[in-house]
Design a protein around this ligand. Structure first.
Ligand code: GLU
Length: 609
């Protein structure tokens, strides 16, 4: 085992003592006040697709990707907590039970509505101060193999989720911070059942077994992934969460846990990264002006750059609206071939703009000085003229010119993205949120950190920096907007979305999904299905997916009949089938209260009252 000796001998006297003192003194006041009920939720029997009923509620609801996480949020709401209180509890439990997707070692975007204002809280990971645009290039200046770069210290960005939640909680929390950690701490210390999806993710992972901590914690000596239903305790994470509960985000960003994180990154055996204590200590969550776009009778609010999510979704919806109306966009409960063609062509055009323009706004200028230029009605009308009977084909969509720029950007070639979780919550105090949270790939950088506790378990560090372009310049020699720069936040596809009625201003829906760049297609289609086609939040998420990033078209395996493939091929699309594992969660305000849906492709559930 490649455990550096320092980890064997390093123990954690200060934090352990603090935890003991806290529990003796009732310093975690929370644990005394808030009575967490350990749920008897068995893991779902099947991984893969499971039909969901959709859930009704009157007063509040929470939707998350794992039943234990949803339940933790539910218990917070039931105890009088706000949406953000519930989100903190959900996130901490997800760190434990869905470690492949998100956690305290990653980043997140949160759209929050307090009944009046919408605020975009940014907890995106940040490139360390010690990197430059050559981060993912080898000695010859060639880009590293993608998975080689992922499973390394190079890919780890400064995590932002905890700082972001802390900031939002300070502004909108009702329950004490420490109380929100009770469910995750109890589950970590007393154990939870490994879910089928966690088992499948562990089983299928090529690199995680090589990590000195994760390889021992999640696998048997024979290298078998822990089976579904296995009762797993994670004492290291329990101790870390106690520290963050007591100290706030500085418990993670400074002190022993931070030292351990930096050590793990800087001592990666093959490809160490430069992330430093100073990088961690100086990380600040950002609030940003959300992008709110009129669409039909609605106002759709989403995250601005560095996410490309909202701009690309709203370009797609805007382009679709500029094409002549279709009589039947749905045929036999599925999007029709005509609609799919238009949707895919709109996506080709929107992704061409995305690849050229969108990156961290602290480093790049928006076209014409304002991101709204990309959604300008005249600009979209001009772009929509490019959509015809036949497909533009793979690579046929060029970026447009939404506005003047001082820098001439090259288009970033596509790179894979995956592994994330979405949370939607509406509370009974008039708050609503949509939060998408990530460590990028499944199990992130494949580096587990135990906070220096020396105890079994810990949490996963993100690989978010591989969301930057590996290439700093295009073939034409022009710089790529989303190239690596110190202190910059990588471009994202995450699309936490809140929808409002345009006239009344009332909340209509909260939704979002994981799925890498396809988040954009999943979320755009769910919006159309709910708000245009009149499907309920569950029906909307059940629809089969179709995706293109500008090249080939992928149809969801088993989602469409052969004739759909043929008719799209006949229009010039290069079509194949693949698994398209979204993880949509949606809450819709209805005449009767609330109705929630969770993606049949994952383990999510909705709970409400
Ligand atoms: N890292 C990706 C992003 O921020 C998300 C990955 C995923 O959803 O699977 O856009």
């Amino acid at each position: 085992m490649r455990v550096p000796p320092v980890f064997v001998s390093r123990r954690w006297p200060r934090v352990c003592l603090a935890a003991v003192l806290l529990s003796l003194s009732g310093g975690l006041q929370a644990e005394a006040d808030f009575q967490y009920r350990m749920p008897a939720i068995a893991p779902e029997t099947a991984s893969g697709r499971e039909e969901k009923p959709g859930w009704n509620a009157q007063h509040f609801a929470v939707a998350a990707a794992n039943p234990l996480a949803t339940d933790a949020g539910y218990q917070m709401l039931e105890a009088g907590g706000s949406a953000i209180d519930a989100a903190v509890a959900v996130q901490m439990v997800l760190t434990l039970v869905e470690p492949q997707s998100s956690g305290i070692g990653g980043g997140a975007f949160l759209m929050h509505h307090d009944g009046e204002d919408v605020v975009a809280y940014g907890g995106r990971e940040t490139a360390p101060g010690g990197v430059d645009e050559t981060l993912f290039l080898d000695e010859e200046g060639e880009p590293l193999d993608f998975m080689t770069a992922v499973a390394s210290g190079l890919s780890v960005g400064v995590p932002g989720t905890v700082r972001m939640l802390e900031r939002a909680h300070r502004e909108h929390g009702r329950l004490p911070w420490a109380e929100l950690f009770t469910p995750a701490i109890r589950l970590a210390e007393e154990g939870f059942a490994v879910s089928p999806r966690l088992h499948a993710s562990l089983d299928g992972d090529e690199q995680l077994r090589a990590d000195p901590l994760a390889g021992v914690f999640y696998y048997t000596q024979a290298g078998e992934a822990l089976p579904a239903g296995h009762e797993l305790k994670n004492p290291a994470l329990g101790a870390i969460l106690r520290e963050i509960a007591a100290e706030g985000s500085s418990g993670l960003h400074t002190g022993r846990i931070a030292e351990d994180l930096v050590f793990r990154v800087q001592n990666h055996p093959e490809r160490p990264g430069s992330l430093s204590l100073e990088d961690l200590a100086s990380y600040a969550a950002k609030t940003r002006e959300p992008l709110c776009t009129p669409w039909r009778a609605y106002r759709v609010c989403g995250f601005p750059p560095p996410s490309s999510g909202h701009l690309t979704i709203m370009q797609i919806l805007g382009l679709l609206d500029r094409l002549p109306a279709l009589e039947s966009p749905l045929v036999e409960g599925r999007p029709s071939d005509d609609w799919l063609h238009r949707f895919l062509e709109s996506a080709r055009l929107a992704f061409a703009d995305r690849g050229k323009y969108i990156a961290d706004p602290d480093f790049v200028e928006a076209p014409g000085g304002d991101w709204e230029t990309m959604l300008d009605p005249d600009y979209l009308a001009l772009r929509a003229e490019r959509i015809g009977e036949r497909s533009l084909g793979s690579g046929g969509a060029e970026p447009g010119n939404p506005g003047a720029l001082a820098t001439a950007w090259a288009v970033q070639p596509h790179q894979p993205e995956s592994g994330t979780s979405h949370i939607s919550i509406i509370d009974e105090h008039g708050n609503a949120l949509a939060m998408t949270t990530t460590i990028e790939q499944a199990f992130g950088s494949r580096i587990m950190a135990d906070g220096g506790t020396g105890m079994p378990g810990g949490y996963m560090l993100n690989n978010e920096l591989t969301d930057f372009s590996f290439l700093p310049v295009g073939e034409d020699g022009k710089p790529i907007a989303n190239r690596v720069e110190a202190g910059k936040r990588p471009r994202s596809s995450m699309s936490p979305t809140l929808v409002f009625d345009r006239d009344s201003g009332e909340l209509v829906a909260s939704l979002g999904s994981p799925g890498g760049a396809a988040i954009i297609h999943y979320t755009a289609k769910a919006l159309v299905a709910m708000l245009d086609w009149g499907l309920d939040a569950q029906q909307a998420l059940n629809l089969p997916h179709a995706v293109t990033l500008g090249g080939p078209v992928f149809l969801e395996e088993g989602g469409f009949p052969a004739v759909t493939h043929q008719s799209l091929e006949a229009l010039g699309h290069d079509v194949s089938e693949r698994e398209l594992v979204s993880g949509l969660q949606a809450l819709r305000v209805t005449d009767d209260g609330l109705f929630g849906g969770a993606d049949p492709r994952r383990e999510g559930v909705v709970m409400g009252k």
